[in-house]
Design a protein around this ligand. Structure first.
Ligand code: GLN
Length: 276
């Protein structure tokens, strides 16, 4: 028999990862494992932890093994059908929350796990929140996350804004359109490293320069924004200048770029003209 600590050390994984996986296998919180790792583990729990360690050593993301990831202080179910929510995307939520009028409306384009839409709806119950994705599998995950947090989000399947001909959305205009679209260039070496190898390609890559869907989003958004409505989206660390110029070359006003905690330009935004 061995203690949790001995088997976590023997896993060869970074201890914080081994602890998360072991705690999950034991059906305990990470804090419990921190305080009790000198205890001997039951055989079932040890077997489950071993299986998790093997998966992790093969490169599988911790979030997929655990089946969840925290975002904006909420737990989200994640499966390989959706991108794993990233801390830098919390910036996008902050910027959206600052701009949503009371009883306003928002749609999250390419919602994936639903992280952005659920975080906004949870923080702002007054807001009418919609979310769409081209992937039905992703929508099922997002719906489960909406239920988990008691948010009444309306979900629709849509290829960006192109198929907004569904009766529910015909002629619909929003105060805010938000998106964390795929923005990595096809063939970028980054796609064959780390967690990205296991994430849905369609949620990561977008054309030879990574900007195909961002260009479409910028072109399609104004027809679905109210006057003075905001489009905000995440982009790659090296796409700040080009996204800013793109919005400025179109009908967007008050265009700005925001920097993430790592100091990279990460979010670009602009708004449609006012009516007057
Ligand atoms: N930020 C992710 C990464 O580069 C990509 C997410 C996305 O394409 N929207 O790891």
């Amino acid at each position: 028999m061995s203690t949790w600590r001995e088997m976590m050390v023997a896993s060869g994984l970074p201890l914080n990862e081994a602890r998360l996986l072991a705690a999950h296998a034991a059906g305990r919180a990470r804090s419990w494992m921190l305080a009790h790792d000198d205890e001997e583990a039951a055989k079932d729990a040890l077997d489950a932890a071993h299986t998790a360690f093997v998966r992790r050593r093969a490169g599988e993301p911790v979030a997929y093994i655990l089946g969840e990831r925290e975002f904006y202080s909420l737990m989200f179910a994640v499966t390989p059908a959706v991108l794993i929510p990233r801390p830098e995307t919390e910036l996008l939520v902050d910027l959206v929350l600052e701009r949503l009028p009371l009883h306003g409306s928002l749609i999250d384009i390419g919602t994936g796990s639903g992280a952005i839409a659920v975080a906004v709806a949870h923080a702002r119950p007054d807001v009418e929140v919609w979310a769409c994705d081209i992937s039905m599998e992703a929508l099922a995950v997002a719906q489960s996350n909406s239920r988990r947090h008691g948010t009444g989000i309306r979900f629709v399947q849509s290829d960006l804004l192109a198929t907004f001909t569904s009766p529910a959305l015909a002629g619909k205009r929003f105060d805010v359109i938000v998106s964390n679209p795929p923005y990595i260039a096809e063939g970028d070496a980054h796609l064959s490293t780390g967690d990205l190898r296991f994430e849905p390609h369609a949620a990561l890559a977008s054309g030879t320069d990574g900007l195909t869907l961002i260009r479409r989003l910028a072109a399609e958004a104004p027809a679905h924004l109210k006057p003075a409505g905001w489009l905000l989206f995440e982009h790659g660390y090296d796409q700040g200048g080009i996204c800013h110029s793109l919005l400025q070359s179109m009908e967007y006003k008050e265009v700005f770029t925001n920097i993430d905690l790592a100091g990279h330009p990460r979010v670009c935004a602009g708004r449609t003209a006012n009516l007057t």
